[in-house]
Design a protein around this ligand. Sequence first.
Ligand code: MSP
Length: 541
Amino acid sequence: MFYITTAIDYTNGAPHIGHAYEKVLADVLARWHRMCGEEVYLLTGVDQHGQKVQQKAEAAGVSPEQYANDVMQKFIALWERLGIAYDGWAATSDPRHVRCVQQILTNLKDRGCLYKKAYKGFYSVRQEQFLTDKERGEDGSFGPEWGEVIELEEENWYFNLSAHVAWLREYVSTHPEVVTPEFRRQNLLNAIERAEGVDLCISRPKERLAWGIPLPFDPEFVTYVWFDALVNYISFAGYLSEGDASLPDFNRLWPAACEVIGKDILVPAHGVYWLCMLHAMGFADAEMPRLLVHGWLNIRGEKMSKSLGNIVDPNDLCDVFGAEALRYYLVRDTKTGYDSDYDAERLKMIYNTELANDLGNLCNRSLNMCKSYLGSVVSRGEGDDALSAALRAHLSETEKKFATCMDAYNTADALGALNEHVKQCNAYIEQTQPFRMAKEEGKLPELQRVLFHLLESCAHVAYLLGCVLPEASARMLEQLQVSTEGLTPAGLHWGLLTEGQAVQAPTPVFPRIMSEEEKAKAAERAAKAAAKAARKAAQQG
Ligand code: MSP
């Protein structure tokens, strides 16, 4: 089973383009593995507890539950719009999750992994954590990222994280597959060196924070939001669910093949806390999840933030460009693991160039020629030629490259390879000139062969694009009258189109994205052409 899951999003705000990027990346990978014939389970959801939600709910005059659920609806609506085909939804106020977290806490306490102690120190209200000297800047103060910092003394429960650090160092050093990309694993290894000797405070006194999961053995406390949230990867996968039929079978899902998270939550949350929590619960090395760490989407090199007023709402982009254009852009113009800049002009340019021009034109031209010259009936024709053989070889190489890149989470190069093949097909049209063949005597078999190569290539590309552009892919395959049921990328073969089958007349799948100015100019051109046609008709009449 390919169990893929994403970070769960805080419900103290609204979804932005960074959240959308992560979910689209995960959905594309999940769809790819489904296409490959693997059984896939994609989990995503929302992180609902914590101080920030409590504060925002108070300010809004509603209960934290109400507030978190209202925000959750925004995420659900956006994922629906973006075609995120998830199998499980993880909302941390779900009683099944609460039960699981409490059971884990009880088990850890029974195993001697938890203890209570008083602590006095500096506390960041924004980050909901005590700060140590390591968090001080060069001038000795705590930086603005910590928000308001207060001095606090309180009793709390601790997880003996430090007892697991030696294991963690050994495990991460000897298992390169645990974090992708490799340089992020190095970041983690450096952080583990600094984690020595520090335990993790996993409770918050109820009087300060009521919106959390109560500790089952000390009701005056709720669970620290990170400890609660990280457990979602196993609670919603059926861990300790005792046959609850509404949850999956844990043994079939676990370990997660891929937890998709942003670079900001590798250290310490996923790379240190989460792996040590699992180790403390008794998970063996072979039962550790794998982490895929993506970079951030920034705006002109800057972090998106409310204070800078540069937050991009994916809903606005869906309104203007359409969900599929946004999906394509997000996984085409980012190098998985690295930061990239979100740029609406690039979105438009990449869509217009690669989809509207290169692929859209290829499909339209090929189907149009087939309609005009062959009555929309496909035939392989006869014989072969060097250009056609080269095109077939190129397609086969493209498919291998696509698969290798997708398996390595490299969506940008996978899509780049498909685009290269589309360009190759457009060049093949110029080289073979089917429009000339159509006018020449005795060229029918050759013409059929060329158009077959073009339409067959379109079908392969449309099929593979299915994991990124499910709707456009289905529409292209419909026009080509190709069924891909039961097909896998490894089983792709020359001859998706069959001898003598019909294809449909083309209807453009990728209309150009135009600015208001371009639209006005196009309308002006269309009006002029209509007027000219009317004049001509009047003269003739
Ligand atoms: N609730 C925690 C995660 C708990 S997982 C057990 C959290 N939530 S978040 O809403 O702040 O972020 C959710 C995900 O979105 C994280 O993986 C984070 O890295 C990602 N992104 C948030 N801003 C981002 C960008 N600007 N760009 C790309 N992804 C970013 O952290």
